[in-house]
Design a protein around this ligand. Structure first.
Ligand SMILES: *Cc1c(COP(=O)(O)O)cnc(C)c1O
Ligand SMILES: [Zn+2]
Length: 427
């Protein structure tokens, strides 16, 4: 089926083109991020719903009904405050007054929409498993509620409250674990040993990266050219990789400039493994050096979604490569700086932010004040999440109740039996 779509998958290590059976790694076992090589080299904006207007560069054949899409606008308030002449905000959340309708309030919905379509197009059977610190789980639960396609979601116990949908949902198996995000990932991997349970793939999944990459597309199309800088707060770095990959496609398109936007990425202190490794010029993350606080540091930060202990940093086509090719910068932000930046943004732009977006805004404030970014340079500020308070005014936020909790209700084998039993409903 690999040639029936509008793309071929390609391995960046050996150059092979694996067929797409929801394939997220090279059949030769190469350690690299497989990407979609699209037949369309020039981007045509389609008259399809939500992000499917960028269908040319999404690894799917069809489209589904959705209102999820980034919205880019030129900033006045924050731009004046910082003296920046060309600051653009890519808003990913709920803000109807700006035309932004991501109901679960983060750009994870941009990943969930094409991913769930891709699995239904590429696999006859199989139920997606997603591990999440909260936002990803909520986004996939929402798309599950909207489409009826079942998903299995594992999250840290303290994130259980952030899994809600705006539509009644009975197609999610939610399991919580007493631990951090990385523990939820390990639990999820365990569940993928059940036949028919398919790991969503994280950064390895090209549908996820290109879904996130629509932020770069929307920014570029709105501005009329690629920005000089792309600002984002990162946990896995997938959004940074996605922006770089789309930048390369935009250069090949020919109409949007010849220079890749420089990545300016941030993490939340004290958990900043990629900041530390990048500042040292290292491709490898050394846990003792780069994550001294380990799990405790991860559980302490303000923006919990930014705490992945195994990010796709070293792998070919991963964040180290993206930073290297774009002459990128990474910086660590204190929690109090992020909180203050979120307050400033809300006051000047008029919408509330996800804590991670506060980290990103803080990094921009510091970069503008220190002169690292010039006053007239074109900046795309990825507000990766926001509008929760605005959403609460309009929408119901219906909690998804956990089906199991670990440890507690039993051991992992019992949990697997419970999952198998639940899966029978969808066989
Ligand atoms: C997941 C998430 C991030 C980090 O994204 P990555 O590119 O995967 O590191 C930033 N902000 C918000 C709101 C998120 O949900
Ligand atoms: Zn390969």
């Amino acid at each position: 089926m690999s040639d029936t779509g509008d793309y071929k998958l390609r391995c960046p290590v050996c150059g092979r083109n694996p067929e797409d059976h929801y394939t997220n790694s090279c059949i030769e076992g190469c350690s690299g991020l497989i990407y979609a090589d699209y037949y369309a080299k020039k981007l045509t904006i389609r008259d399809f719903p939500g992000i499917f207007k960028y269908h040319d560069w999404l690894p799917v054949s069809g489209w589904t009904e959705t209102s999820a899409c980034p919205v880019t606008y030129k900033s006045d308030g924050l731009a004046d405050h910082l003296g920046l002449a060309n600051l653009y905000v890519a808003f990913n959340g709920y803000w109807p007054e700006k035309g932004a309708f991501i109901r679960t309030c983060s750009f994870k919905e941009l990943e969930a929409v094409p991913t769930m379509l891709r699995i239904s197009e590429r696999l006859e059977n199989g139920i997606l498993q997603i591990s999440s610190a909260g936002n990803t789980g909520r986004a996939f639960a929402q798309i599950s509620a909207e489409t009826g396609v079942p998903v299995i979601i594992s999250v840290p116990e303290k994130s259980a409250g952030s899994i809600w949908t705006t539509k009644e949902c009975d197609s999610v198996f939610l399991v919580t674990i007493d631990g951090d995000y990385s523990d939820a990932i390990s639990l999820g991997n365990e569940l993928c040993s059940i036949e028919g349970v398919i790991s969503e793939g994280g950064a390895k999944n090209p549908a996820r990266r290109d879904g996130m990459g629509t932020v770069m597309l929307d920014g570029t199309v709105t501005i009329g050219r690629m920005p000089d800088w792309y600002f984002q707060a990162v946990g896995s770095g997938t959004g940074g990789i996605a922006a770089w990959e789309m930048g390369k496609r935009l250069i090949a398109d020919g109409r949007f400039g010849k220079r890749l936007p420089r990545l300016f990425l941030s993490q939340n202190k004290p958990f900043t493994p990629m900041v530390n490794a990048w500042k040292d010029g290292r491709r490898e993350i050394v846990p003792e050096k780069d994550m001294p606080g380990g799990k405790e540091a991860a559980m302490e930060v303000y923006a919990g979604v930014l705490t992945n202990r195994n990010p796709p940093y070293s792998v070919t086509g991963g964040l180290f490569d993206a930073l290297s090719e774009t002459n990128g910068i990474m910086t660590g932000i204190e929690s109090n700086e992020a909180i203050e930046a979120g307050r400033i943004f809300t006051e000047l732009e008029g919408i509330d932010l996800d804590p991670a977006a506060g980290v990103c805004v803080a990094s921009l404030i510091k970069a503008a004040e220190s002169g690292v970014v010039k006053k007239d340079e074109t900046i795309l500020l990825n507000i990766t999440g926001g509008g929760y308070r605005r959403a609460a005014e309009d929408l119901e936020m219906i909690p998804v109740r956990p089906s199991a909790a670990l440890p507690g209700s039993g051991d992992i084998e019992m949990l697997k039996e419970q999952v198998k039993e639940w899966m029978k409903k969808y066989a």
